[in-house]
Design a binder for this molecule. Structure first.
Ligand code: NAI
Length: 245
């Protein structure tokens, strides 16, 4: 078990990638705070981890609200005594071409995907600096390079990459690493929302010829969260089955 007795928070862990990440970290021995805006889903994931012999608690938190992020981190400290691993996974999309994108869709995607990740990273860094140890893993997206219909999402995820590299520089001497993962096309509720035609086009771009699974992203998160990855920081790692080569 790579993560025995480490304490992790995973945001957006009620389903999809976040759920896959939370299950993997728990299977590697971490005590996991399953955080999500939807309580019912978070509680169900906690039940799954507990049934498998792992340790987890739920936290209801909208990461775009600073006070809810503070309460989420307090849950990690009161339930498990600290915070070693912060996985910033929660994210949303509101796709549409730039020329007709509403202010609301721009603001919402930036506030959750970028500002929310900033709130969580800043607070995690404050706690991790005290112990001179920590792992911050941000789930970005290959869309950070620009993607049709995703001006808001691409801008937010590019911001997450900049935040990741800055955090890596500032925190490295304190024993804290910060890396970003860019999943390619992973089978979750978010991607199940696209029309069949778009699904086929997306899978057609993947060298492996299929969508990825949340578990496959969780495996890479678990490595970055472990002591084995102490000398890996500021990296942007694609987990995409060879989508861009
Ligand atoms: P999903 O929509 O299936 O799950 C997202 C989870 O985040 C849900 O449980 C939702 O309740 C929660 N959530 C939404 N807004 C929240 C908020 N403000 N605060 C806390 N929790 C919130 O999405 P999926 O596919 O699992 O995506 C997870 C992350 O991976 C996102 O950051 C997404 O941008 C990223 N990603 C996903 C890809 C994919 O192919 N599925 C590809 C690249 C990146």
């Amino acid at each position: 078990m790579k993560l025995k007795n480490k304490v992790a928070i995973v945001t957006g862990a009620g389903r999809g990638l976040g759920k896959g990440i939370a299950l993997k970290l728990a299977a590697e021995g971490a005590k996991v705070v399953v955080a999500d805006i939807l309580e019912e889903n978070a509680v169900a994931v906690v039940a799954e981890i507990t049934a498998a012999g792992g340790k987890a608690v739920s936290a209801v938190a909208n990461i775009a609200r600073k006070n809810e992020v503070e309460a989420m981190v307090s849950t990690a400290i009161s339930a498990f005594g600290g915070l070693d691993i912060m996985v910033n996974n929660a994210g949303i999309n509101r796709d549409g071409q730039l020329f007709k994108m509403s202010d609301e869709d721009w603001d919402l995607v930036i506030s959750v995907n970028l500002t929310g990740t900033f709130y969580c990273t800043r607070l995690a860094a404050q706690h991790m600096r005290e112990k001179s140890y920590g792992r911050i893993i941000n789930i970005a997206s290959m869309s950070w390079l620009g993607n049709f219909g995703q001006a808001n999402y691409a801008a937010a995820k590019a911001g997450v990459v900049g935040l990741t590299k800055t955090a890596a520089r500032e925190l490295a001497k304190k024993g804290i690493t910060c890396n970003a993962i860019c999943p390619g096309f992973i089978d979750t509720d978010m991607t199940r929302g696209v029309p069949d035609k778009v699904w086929d086009i997306m899978v057609g771009k993947v060298a492996a010829g299929r969508a990825g699974t949340p578990e496959e992203v969780g495996n890479v998160v678990a490595f970055l969260a472990s002591d084995e990855a102490a000398y890996v920081t500021g990296e942007v790692i694609n987990v995409s089955g060879g989508m861009v080569l």
